[in-house]
Design a protein around this ligand. Structure first.
Ligand code: NAP
Length: 276
């Protein structure tokens, strides 16, 4: 299985599992837990969650899904910007750990930039690493200038920037993704199938049909074909998890990659980082 290397040398499978919108509806809970467990059994051991998702209930659901297999999971959660301060980050992290039923996170992210100075967030993250509550840290939704500032604020230990990146959101290719590559930080690509909208895209559907695969698989295969990119699709059913896992086995031809560039053109100049 293709793997992705974080800045500190740790490797994880190149395809992870997202959890936004999970635990919103009790009627879907058992399917969502079954989907995450299926993903783990298929080797998709990175699970991404956040204190924000379902107001903490997504973390609780993940905790239930990984009970008994915690050590096999690479667990990622995120802190609200207002909690990413010297005074509040430790409490936010401990509350996440409690909901997740674990004593450590493998990766803890600043969800997006707020009013707390980055120097403070970096300091608070480093303290959590020192105490063993998190093994590494990173950020999300930070554009190139913010990343420059982060590194200048003592944040060289940042492991990743989790950003909106998919076939219809190629803006970061112009400057942010090259910057991250230069700093050996992989990209965690969120909303890799554009929250499901790409599945219905007629051009993508046409290309997928020619190969007898699904549009979701094709959208993921395109991301997986790129260096240092780790897509984290959210799948609420076993069928979707299996579908997504199979994207790791798809190889795209040069001709297909050129066709993607025609149908979903790369950026021609800088674009502000979009977020959902
Ligand atoms: P996404 O993964 O692009 O799309 C999820 C949607 O696609 C769901 O409706 C899902 O349906 C559907 N889907 C998944 N696999 C499919 C398949 N094989 N065939 C057909 N439909 C499929 O969007 P996302 O949830 O926004 O992003 C993924 C993860 O990234 C999130 O869950 C979260 O962990 C993270 N995220 C982070 C941020 C951030 O600010 N850092 C923002 C957004 C998302 P079912 O549920 O029915 O399977």
């Amino acid at each position: 299985m293709k793997t992705i290397r974080f800045t500190d040398g740790t490797t994880v499978p190149a395809l992870g599992q997202g959890t936004w919108m999970m635990a919103e509806d009790p009627a879907h809970r058992s399917d969502e837990i079954a989907a995450l467990r299926e993903g783990l059994s298929l080797g998709l051991n990175l699970i991404d969650t956040a204190e924000m998702y379902a107001d903490g209930e997504s973390e609780r659901l993940v905790g239930e899904a990984i009970a008994g297999v915690r050590d096999d999971v690479f667990l990622v959660s995120k802190a609200y910007p207002q909690n990413a301060s010297r005074d509040r980050l430790q409490d936010a992290c401990e509350a996440s750990l409690d909901r997740l039923g674990t004593d450590r996170l493998d990766l803890y992210l600043l969800h997006w930039r707020g009013r707390v100075p980055l120097t403070e967030t970096v300091e608070a993250m480093k303290r959590l690493v020192a105490s063993g509550k998190i093994l590494r840290w990173g950020v999300s939704n930070l554009d190139t200038e913010d990343m420059e500032e982060l590194v200048a604020s003592g944040g060289e230990g940042c492991q990743t920037d989790q950003i909106l990146y998919n076939l219809t959101r190629r803006g970061p290719e112009y400057d942010l993704i090259p910057w991250l590559a230069q700093h050996r930080m992989p990209v965690m690509a969120y909303s890799p199938v554009e929250q499901g909208r790409l599945v219905a895209h007629p051009d993508l559907a046409g290309m997928a049909k020619e190969r007898d695969i699904t549009p979701a698989q094709l959208a993921l295969a395109w991301l997986l074909a790129r260096d240092g990119v780790l897509p984290i699709p959210k799948a609420g059913s076993i069928a979707h998890v299996r579908d997504n896992r199979a994207a790791l086995d798809i190889t795209l031809s040069e001709a297909e990659l050129r066709r993607f560039d025609t149908l979903f053109p790369p950026p021609r100049g800088p674009e502000p980082l979009a977020m959902l």
